[in-house]
Design a protein around this ligand. Structure first.
Ligand SMILES: [Zn+2]
Length: 1098
């Protein structure tokens, strides 16, 4: 049978159940090699995507090589026979505004990418074009080229020898990044203490030790091992492919056929782990106490459970998690919260793998709660007993069925790669193919029997208990193998267990525990009035603008979903007056939210949510979701904001939580902390964590009660009503807000505008700060250049384009080649009116050194710009223009965008179109002069401020042998980037000559490399200089330019642009800021009156 005929004969499923507004077409089919494919034709998409999921994951890791599945995920992408250049795939994606990613889970590995749906030519002519491209040739479709490159990874991967060590290093960095993260530490502890015969106990990330050193010491050839793993587990019949594009289904099918039919099929069985429990008798009825890195207190109950894959029409565990995880009146959470014992609760069943599952209940405890963990455990069992002693209630299941149905019907689109990746993973599950989209979320039937069965797992003899606390009970006598988490584990004491059994069996239980009430928030009216428009409006209209109230409104004209958002800003300068008022405002916010938990829970699970916050400009409220009952929730929140009763007991809980939050922030990754310092240095009136932390202790409940009425007593109100709402409703809601809060007028002149500090030309400032975590070895630098006023459109366009041009080179140079650290990021920085450019690196190398490498990278850009072809330059322009003009995917995105423009005071609703229009005419010479003025380190006009966060601890220095091994991989990477043919044998010989006793091994290696480049490889002088320089950088022995501050922080006169570096520390910041000018405030792009609806103007 010929190939086309084979295609004709194959089964195709197209009538897939889908959301009401879904305008895509779907087709599921299976290729001759048993690879199952889902094709999605989306005529309106501006991005195409594909994902492939393989049914093998870390559960299949060899016992003696933890992390091998993960390492194979990394290595699979290192070159293919058809496209041997290792970065051919990523380069192709970047040039089409795309990106890729992958992850390894327990039973599957998932690879995906996303890129522009149309080729640059067609995209440029009409970026907003929504017409269907009926037939697109391969050459014109970026998707085809990407699919071909992507497909080869599964057809003929090369596992390029010289990339093996580097990718293991990447895996090792990933693991190192997680080592201090409690989430990873505690998750692994749970795994490590599970049934040792179940692969759940594996360590899945892998490290240099498990994937390199250990196997080598056993005489294992690593690369061979990886290839064997691939050979054994990767097979077409275990793969699920999803492709989403603009092309019609027949075209997509033809392309997929052509490429993916070549993936070898080995007819491997689907993996199952039956007759093997995650928790056996040995692991059940155990209590484990673990010590976290952060200040946190948790109680967790884990029940051995079943896998529910086959029950996707009834999802029985959701009945249980709905009740146990409820936060409304009568729930476990409401009860323990009222006691002052808990601040959060979650519950749910999960199918860990085909064959078994877990049901977990996890509670965030207060200090008091920790003292009462036994009572809490008993309360949980009392509640479970109440639930399971009655047959499952039809009305509860009906609520869940109704809500899951509504959620699915009005589900909005998400990024294409999330769609493809998620569906490829879902295809590994046994859903009826017509229910592939709905299966994971929709509950269709009330299966009483299945729920009854599910209930039988939640028994007092089928669970284990975990307690996490930094200081209770002490005496942790063991250390988890992979992360070093301290813990102690033992049988649950018999008397405690007896109490639990008693609580479970007794009919007596607190009156505070009962089933939830009927949920009044489940929407009934879901009609949408659909009025076709030629072109959706790009901005909301101003429908009210008087002295103290402004209302913006847009009725949805493109997404047609029964949802809406209401944003309200109560503008007042009071909360940010001092660090103390800011703390008071924060506590007020927390108390309001705390008081609304029980009430808002029903709304929350019915798709209607609220947020109350205190950003810098006052107080802010947002309510969004199904519009039918939106005003009910909005009014309730407003009343709570106005009438908050500050209770002493709740104040204490909120204050403790805030204190803990601030203290814990010191133990987050340095790159998470750096932003708050750079913000503090760029705005005149703002208080950093330490300044606030100092105030919290002294703030009392009375302070909050006295102060919050002042916030609302006088403020300006600005509203955005957006979505499935009528104008009259928007105006009524505005009236309701005004009526409820009744503020005195606050003239705009007293509101205060958004301003930032101006760094004068020639600025060369380094802010230094020691990190508080004594165990952390990572430094972090944020190197920031001030460019100017973010409302200057021409300047803005240049910064955006500059950031696009440097994006990939910065990453490639600083991370891949120089290996400075796992976290390397560059891009535009925007804050109030500040627009700038920044490079952020987190590294074990010190900030002084990093600063030198960044300057070096920037200096090299002159030549790079010089060498850049016009074609590449235009490619960058197109990529950034495409990004700016990317289509809005759903109502939420549109609402958030409008609100950002209102909230930031610029009312620049057409900003992205303006950006694109200003980028379009830019030439290479524009960017060259931009570079030499604002960026180039030798420019006297440039203005720089770096934040240096300095680690207290030092990493373990590498041994001589480690340095030698590392330098080989490192040089291979550099030579590859420079397209130079390596000769590793000769380098190896030279390096091995160095005695391990040498004092300065790095310097020695660098010398040998220089000899190698000159004598063995006989490179040109220019090449030698570049490679040598990069090699020295990666070895950590590059010179630090004189222009910088020297090691002890003393300023040295600069050679660069002639400026003198200024080092400032906390005590200098006030004075330094005082010496700077403040920018103009953010201004509306046009007179607000011009936004008034025709007719509304007087
Ligand atoms: Zn990874």
């Amino acid at each position: 049978m010929g190939e086309p005929l084979g295609r004709e004969a194959r089964q195709r499923i197209e009538d897939i159940e889908r959301p009401v507004l879904d305008d895509r077409s779907y087709r599921i089919t299976t290729l001759p090699n048993q690879l199952e494919v889902l094709l999605i034709h989306d005529p309106k998409t501006d991005k195409a995507s594909a994902a492939l999921d393989v049914n093998v994951g870390s559960f299949s890791d060899a016992e003696d090589m933890p992390g091998i599945a993960h390492a194979v995920e990394h290595l699979l992408f290192m070159g293919t026979e058809k496209y041997p250049k290792e970065n051919a795939y990523n380069q192709y994606l970047t040039s089409h505004s795309g990106h890729s990613n992958a992850y390894t889970a327990a039973t599957s590995t998932n690879f995906y990418f996303e890129l522009a749906a149309s080729s640059s030519k067609s995209a440029k002519s009409s970026p907003d074009s929504t017409q269907e491209n009926l037939s697109i040739s391969k050459e014109d479709s970026p998707l085809w080229g990407a699919l071909d490159r992507f497909g080869q990874f599964f057809i003929c991967p090369l596992f390029l020898e010289d990339t093996v060590d580097r990718e293991i290093k990447a895996v090792d960095s990933e693991n190192k990044k997680n080592l201090q993260a409690d989430q990873w530490r505690l998750h692994q502890l749970g795994k490590s203490l599970a049934n040792p015969n179940h692969p759940y106990c594996h360590f899945s990330t892998g490290s240099w030790k498990t994937l390199h050193d250990d196997p080598i010491s056993r005489g294992v050839k690593i690369r061979d091992e990886f290839m064997r793993f691939h050979d054994k587990h990767y097979s077409a019949n275990r793969m699920k492919l999803v492709v989403l594009g603009k092309e019609d289904l027949d075209t997509l099918e033809q392309w997929v056929d052509e490429i993916f039919s070549q993936v070898p099929n080995k007819d491997l069985p689907r993996k199952r782990w039956d007759d093997m429990a995650i928790l056996t008798e040995k692991e059940l009825l155990i209590q484990t106490f673990a010590k976290p890195v952060m200040e946190m207190r948790n109680l967790m109950l884990s029940f051995s459970y079943r896998d529910e894959e086959a029950f996707y029409e009834s999802h029985p565990s959701r009945y249980l998690s709905h009740l146990i995880g409820h936060e409304g009146p009568g729930s476990i959470f409401a009860y323990v919260k009222e006691m002052g014992w808990a601040t959060g609760l979650g519950a749910g069943g999960s199918s860990v793998c085909p064959g078994s599952g877990l049901f977990t209940i996890s509670i965030k405890l207060t200090e008091e709660g920790l003292k009462h963990y036994k009572e809490i455990t008993k309360i949980i069992f009392q509640y479970i007993a109440m639930v399971v002693e009655q047959p499952p209630h039809q009305w509860i299941a009906d609520e869940l069925i109704r809500m899951s149905d509504v959620e699915f019907r009005f589900k909005s689109k998400v990024a294409p790669s999330r769609t493809t990746s998620g569906l490829a993973s879902a295809m590994q599950k046994p859903y009826d193919r017509k229910m592939l989209l709905s299966g994971p979320s929709v509950i269709r039937i009330f299966d009483e029997k299945a729920i009854r069965e599910a209930m039988t797992y939640l028994r007092p003899d089928n669970f284990k208990l975990d307690i996490v606390s930094q200081d209770f009970p002490g005496g942790w006598d063991r250390k988890e193998k992979w992360y070093g988490t301290e813990y102690k584990t033992e049988k649950i004491p018999e008397d405690f267990l007896a109490e639990i059994r008693q609580a479970f069996e007794s009919k007596e239980r607190p009156a505070g525990l009962h089933f939830p009430h009927k949920n009044e928030f489940i929407p009934n009216r879901l009609e949408v009035e659909k009025k076709e428009v030629d072109e959706p409006l790009k901005a909301p209209k101003l429908i009210r603008n008087d002295e103290n109230v402004r209302t913006w409104y847009k009725k949805d004209d493109q997404f047609w979903t029964p949802k809406a958002s209401l944003f309200v800003n109560f503008r007042t300068p009071l909360p940010t007056l001092t660090a103390r008022t800011q703390v008071i405002a924060g506590l007020y916010r927390d108390l309001v939210n705390d008081a609304l938990v029980e009430y808002s829970y029903d709304a929350d699970i019915s798709g209607l949510v609220y947020e109350f916050s205190c950003p810098g400009t006052g107080l802010s409220m947002c309510v969004s979701g199904y519009n039918e009952k939106l005003h009910v929730l909005a009014e309730k929140v407003l009343l709570q904001i106005r009438d908050l009763e500050v209770r002493e007991d709740r104040f204490k809980v909120c204050k403790d939580r805030m204190l803990r939050g601030y203290r814990n922030s010191y133990f987050t990754q340095p790159f998470h902390q750096v932003g708050s310092y750079s913000k503090w240095l760029r705005i005149e009136r703002i208080w950093n964590f330490e300044e606030q932390l100092k105030e919290i202790e002294a703030v009392t409940a009375q302070d909050v009660a006295n102060f919050f009425p002042l916030f609302l007593g006088q403020c300006h109100i600005e509203v955005l009503a957006h979505g499935n709402l009528y104008k009259e409703e928007a105006l009524q809601i505005t009236d309701m807000i005004e009526r409820t809060i009744k503020p005195k007028k606050l003239p705009p002149s007293q509101c205060g505008g958004r301003r930032s500090l101006i760094l004068p030309p020639g600025s060369n400032v380094v802010y230094e700060k020691q990190l508080k975590d004594p165990a952390n070895v990572n430094h972090c630098i944020e190197y920031g250049l001030y460019i100017g006023d973010s409302q200057d459109r021409a300047l803005r366009a240049k910064v955006l384009l500059w950031a696009q041009i440097t994006d990939e080179p910065a990453f490639n140079q600083l991370r891949t080649i120089e290996q400075l650290g796992y976290v390397v990021f560059s891009g535009v920085s925007l804050l109030e009116t500040w627009i700038g450019y920044r490079i952020l690196i987190q590294s074990e190398k010190d900030c002084h050194y990093l600063e030198g490498r960044i300057e070096h990278f920037l200096s090299s850009f002159n030549k790079r710009l010089e060498d850049m072809s016009e074609e590449d330059f235009e490619g960058h322009k197109r990529a950034i223009i495409n990004k700016r003009l990317e289509k809005l995917k759903n109502l939420t995105q549109e609402g958030n965008r409008f609100w950002n423009h209102i909230f930031s005071d610029n009312y620049d609703f057409l900003m992205s179109q303006e950006d694109a229009a200003h980028i379009e005419p830019l030439t290479k010479s524009d960017i060259k002069s931009f570079f030499s003025h604002y960026i180039c380190p030798t420019s006297p006009a440039r203005a720089k401020i770096s934040v240096h966060l300095i680690a207290q601890a030092k990493p373990k220095p590498p041994t001589a042998q480690e340095q030698k091994t590392k330098c080989i991989t490192m040089l291979a990477t550099i030579l590859k980037a420079e397209n130079i043919k390596p000769d590793m044998q000769k380098l190896q010989t030279r390096i091995q000559d160095i005695s391990n006793e040498e004092q300065n091994i790095g310097e020695q290696i660098a010398e040998k490399i220089l000899l190698h480049l000159n004598e063995d490889l006989k490179l040109e002088k220019e090449q030698v200089e570049k490679v040598n320089d990069e090699a020295r950088a990666a070895l950590g022995v590059a010179e630090t330019p004189d222009a910088l501050v020297n090691g002890d922080g003393k300023a040295v006169h600069g050679i660069g642009n002639g400026t003198t570096p200024v080092v400032i520390r906390d005590e200098d910041v006030g004075g330094w800021k005082a010496g700077l000018q403040v920018s103009k405030a953010m201004r509306p792009v046009k007179d607000l009156e011009e936004f008034l609806e025709a007719g509304a103007k007087l």
